[in-house]
Design a protein around this ligand. Sequence first.
Ligand code: NAD
Length: 395
Amino acid sequence: MKPVKLGILGARRGLAFAGSASHGKSQELELSCICDFSDSKLEKAAKEFNVALFSDFDEMLKTDIDAVVLANYFHEHAPFAIKAMKAGKHVISETIPAATMAEAVALCEAVEETGMTYMFAENYPFTKMGLAMKSEYENEIIGRAIYADGEYIHPLDPVKFNEIAPGANHWRNWIPSTYYSTHALAPLMFITGAKPVRVNALSISDESVSAGTARRNDPLAIILCTMDNGSVFRITGWGTAGGHSVWYRVIGTKGTIEAPRSYDGGYFGNGQLNITLNELEPDISLRRVSSYKPEWPKGAEEAQKAGHGGGDYFMNKMFIEAIRSGSHPKHFNVYDGAAMSAVAILSWRSALSGGIPFNIPDFKNINERTTFKNDYSTPFPNDKGRPLIQPSVNT
Ligand SMILES: NC(=O)c1ccc[n+]([C@@H]2O[C@H](COP(=O)([O-])OP(=O)(O)OC[C@H]3O[C@@H](n4cnc5c(N)ncnc54)[C@H](O)[C@@H]3O)[C@@H](O)[C@H]2O)c1
């Protein structure tokens, strides 16, 4: 079978994709071209990859690539995804899939109209820990999930921050604290299969965290997501205060599965999975605290070499499977991507309104999503005349 030819938009995070595509021959991906309108980014890309280089996305779309990877600015994915699908290209898009509610609706419509494969590339679920947590949960060892925690805390010193947020209008200087919430939420959705239906959120402002940068946003948000199975997940957005870590815990009726935090350099935890079962577990021999070190599932040893704790390997694999089968990717399709975008966007509205609840529409339901068809409010500066909402709770 011919490999899937990839073109990448955005040569910072995009180069990690380029690496996993060009090294992963067994994954049937072929890196064909890279596009970035920054000369310095293209020069760097040229040193690492011997592929065609473009500064204009439209020109890259004219080539014979099968699919595009969208690793451009955080808040500009949906218009490029729609354009690519209309040009007959499959799309794998970085977070956030859509930065406004209207774009989330338009994205769903474009997938339905074009029939192209669209995958939201959330890589954090596919670590050793995420896969093991899912497997334990699906074995029903802790019963039904009623509560979960997901945290994504990634502080940066001002020098590093300014380096990756060049210019006062760069998205990292404006992004509200709820908007980068998919690293916290997606793993919990992956593990439990639950989908968000309502959000309440609060944002915490502290200007000292932004010292030495052009940031206008807050360092932490706490979002309560009510899920479609009645459970509540407490997640963060991108937290920039606290120790650098991610952390996931699922509390079920009969026990807890947790991938504990680690501050000793182990960003994805300390490598141990803890399971605690309570007295509702009828088998006394099972009522215990157990802890073990998960390994990669059989056949997935190559994941070790991929970026972000192995996540990039599984995403590429799932994307190819979806293209080959013509079906929606398992994790995550456009409707899940739109729902996660809505969690980010509507949580911010909740935070600006003191935490009142906002319902997440079911994006498969045309009536529900149509309410948001013209809702272009955004916290990001733009030249399209879109209504601006404030990026911090502290006005
Ligand atoms: N999943 C992960 O682990 C992970 C890690 C890092 C970043 N990301 C995501 O990847 C995306 C990119 O992140 P980043 O850190 O590289 O962002 P960035 O802002 O540093 O880089 C974006 C790049 O895209 C280029 N670009 C933007 N619009 C363009 C256009 N219209 N034409 C040509 N080039 C264009 C810019 O020149 C820049 O080089 C973001 O959505 C971010 O959230 C995800």
